[in-house]
Ligand binder design. Structure first.
Ligand code: URA
Ligand code: ZN
Length: 379
């Protein structure tokens, strides 16, 4: 059966929502009462969140709402992740305890949800690590152990900060090693964006932070990880990049050229920068067929850099195997009540209209790639 699998879909688990409700500083959820006496819950997660935050409701935490959304869009299976800012704002002891509790909560959220067959659930998840400054290596490795034993958790989600010094910090080597050993997928997702005052002063609501800041953050975090030789030291690491890898595909040849002109950095790497893109996975949350086709070309091209003198052929199909459908639910809801969300329909139409992708490529991106990457249907 051809399944539609959503690998970029979020939840704020009830335990986390309670924490956000109890807080008085960002990140927090606060409630005001509207003129007609209704309760209005608002989510404040970004440092300079515009216009009093975003409306937030049951679709952010209620499993039935997630299943409802999936049903309405023909999504068979979702691999659900906690939404930003995860545990970033907590102390090390707090983060350690909450990571463990939220991983158990997410396992329960998935395992007690509906199933499609005796071996295939509708919900799987990405766990959380207590990635905060001051955390011990053993706490991080223990957390990976815990997640690897929870049957429905098939990866972890992480931001760009690492334990405070980014994803190029050697302190994370034991984390990469443990992820490699357990086969868990690491989903790199942004939260901080870029300075909202960068190169201008006018406010543009959420547009600049979400459209540009988020993907640029992923671009920089992933580039740093590559430049630190993480993929040379941990070649079997399975990294999934949010928002189709941001600007990394577009800038990868420029990156390669800059590295070549910097012998110190070049000496750290075993491959041309473009080769590493072929080792990554990319969500297909790009909203346009041209962008998806381009990303798949860039991934395919990495084969050319397999060795210094090989000349590979660029076949869009190779790249499509590393791309996976996502929705970013519950973010980007429609502004007016409607049956289907435009943000979802656009991403599905984009997959369907990539020129050069055959039926198999499209079904790969819609679901088959996720089934094999996350070993869905296997215990
Ligand atoms: N806004 C967020 O804060 N997170 C997302 O994942 C998407 C939009
Ligand atoms: Zn997201």
């Amino acid at each position: 059966m051809a399944l539609l699998v959503d690998i970029h879909t979020h939840v704020y688990l009830p335990r986390y929502v309670s924490l956000l409700r109890a807080r008085h500083t960002v990140p927090r959820i606060f409630t005001s009462v509207t003129r007609d006496g209704k309760q209005d819950d608002r989510l404040l997660i970004l440092d300079h969140e515009p216009s009093g935050g975003r409306p937030v409701g049951a679709q952010y935490w209620d499993r039935d709402e997630k299943i409802n959304f999936m049903n309405r869009h023909g999504i068979n299976v979702s691999v659900v992740s906690s939404a930003n800012p995860w545990l970033d704002f907590l102390s090390a002891p707090e983060a350690k305890t909450l990571a463990s509790e939220l991983n158990e909560d997410l396992e329960q959220y998935c395992s007690e949800g509906p199933s499609l067959s005796p071996t295939l659930q509708r919900l799987y998840g990405f766990g959380l690590l207590p990635l905060v400054p001051g955390i011990s290596t053993s706490a991080l490795v223990d957390s990976i152990e815990q997640i690897s034993k929870l049957l429905h958790l098939r990866g972890i989600i992480l931001g760009s900060r690492g334990v405070g010094k980014g994803l190029d910090d050697e302190a994370l080597d034991p984390v990469w090693a443990a992820l490699e050993k357990t086969g868990l997928v690491a989903f790199i997702h942004p939260h901080y964006g870029v300075d909202e005052k960068a190169w201008g002063e006018k406010s543009n609501g959420h547009v600049l932070p979400l459209a540009l800041g988020f993907p640029f953050e992923t671009t920089i975090a992933t580039t740093r990880l590559i430049l630190a030789g993480v993929l040379d030291r941990f070649p079997s690491l399975r990294l999934l990049l949010a928002h189709s890898g941001g600007a990394l595909p577009q800038l990868s040849s420029r990156l390669a050229s800059c590295i070549e002109h910097d012998p110190v950095v070049a000496s750290r790497l075993q491959h041309d920068a473009r080769w590493y893109l072929g080792k990554l996975y990319f969500d297909a949350v790009a909203y346009g067929p041209e962008e998806l086709g381009f990303v798949s070309d860039v991934i395919s091209r990495s084969a050319r850099f397999e060795s210094k003198d090989s000349v590979g052929v660029v076949d869009r199909g190779i790249g499509s195997k590393r791309m996976l459908f996502g929705t970013d639910h519950p973010f980007f809801p429609p502004l007016q009540p409607t049956d289907k969300w435009k943000s979802v329909v656009e991403n599905l139409q984009a997959i369907d209209s990539v020129s050069g992708w055959g039926t198999e490529d499209k079904q790969g991106v819609r679901g088959d790639n996720a089934i094999s990457l996350f070993q869905l249907g296997q215990k």
